[in-house]
Design a protein around this ligand. Structure first.
Ligand SMILES: Nc1ncnc2c1ncn2[C@@H]1O[C@H](COP(=O)(O)OP(=O)(O)OP(=O)(O)O)[C@@H](O)[C@H]1O
Ligand SMILES: [Mg+2]
Length: 228
């Protein structure tokens, strides 16, 4: 006998379906870079199959990254809380830059102390940082930006700031920037920061655009995560 269980009202289902649709779009958004690296390296490997070891290694790494992205983000779609554990913040920085083009930015990392640990799901928090980096690079193009990442512990939380020296966020979208589909970038879909906010919320944290220091240009984003 087939039993159909209705686990909620129609409105509830519509809301869940909308959330899943949004996350599916965010999965696609995050897979783009990994897929691009896979195609580019498959192309290069075919040019000279006799010495394609480095390209195959990059393909393998990006395929692993892509699997992780699907698994981690789909867990969010199921409404599971992020499985957070103490992880070295510098490891999150490294993972977040794995699928960014080489030399896309001048990096300036100020992690204090260098062994700072954050309670986080490594895969998810790396995606959040990745979104902030990708946006800083995109907003500054064709210039190569300097991106400063600051992280420190304060009053029972870890504060992470990502500051760039690009043109800054257009004022007309500053108050809605974390909503899905808000974009001011040609070719943008407005999903990156919505994903970043979802990831931070799954860690019971907050994310905000903060005012840049007087006399400077650029955008600064601040993430605050509880330490327990
Ligand atoms: N560092 C930044 N400097 C300047 N503008 C920014 C920065 N980060 C975000 N923005 C602005 O916020 C908008 C929304 O960013 P978001 O990542 O959500 O979407 P997107 O980058 O436009 O598109 P997508 O990430 O889906 O490809 C961007 O279009 C851009 O105008
Ligand atoms: Mg973006």
């Amino acid at each position: 006998m087939l039993l159909l269980v209705d686990s909620g009202g129609a409105e509830d289902k519509r809301e869940r379906l909308a959330a899943i649709g949004e996350i599916a779009a965010e999965v696609a958004h995050e897979l783009r870079n990994a897929l691009q690296i896979i195609s580019a390296n498959a192309y290069l490997a075919k040019q000279d199959p006799s010495s394609c070891g480095p390209q195959l290694a990059k393909i393998e790494r990006s395929a692993r990254l892509a699997h992780g992205i699907v698994d981690d983000l789909m867990a969010l779609a199921r409404g599971e809380p992020a499985h957070a554990e103490p992880v070295l913040f510098v490891e999150i920085i490294v993972a977040s830059r794995e699928d960014l083009p080489e030399r896309c930015a001048d990096w300036n990392d100020r992690v204090d102390p260098a062994q700072l640990r954050v309670r986080a799901h490594q895969g998810l928090l790396s995606r959040c940082l990745h979104v902030l980096y990708e946006n800083a690079v995109g907003a500054s193009a064709p210039r190569t930006p300097t991106i400063e990442t600051r992280a420190w512990a304060e009053d029972g939380r870890v504060v992470i700031e990502v500051a760039d020296d690009g043109p800054g966020v257009p004022p007309e979208i500053a108050s809605t920037i974390f909503e899905p589909l808000v974009t001011a970038r040609a070719g943008g879909t407005g999903l990156g920061l919505a994903l970043a906010r979802r990831v931070v919320a799954a860690h019971s944290g907050t994310i905000a655009l903060v005012a840049s220091a007087p006399g400077t240009t650029g955008a600064t984003f601040r993430v605050e995560l509880p330490t327990r």
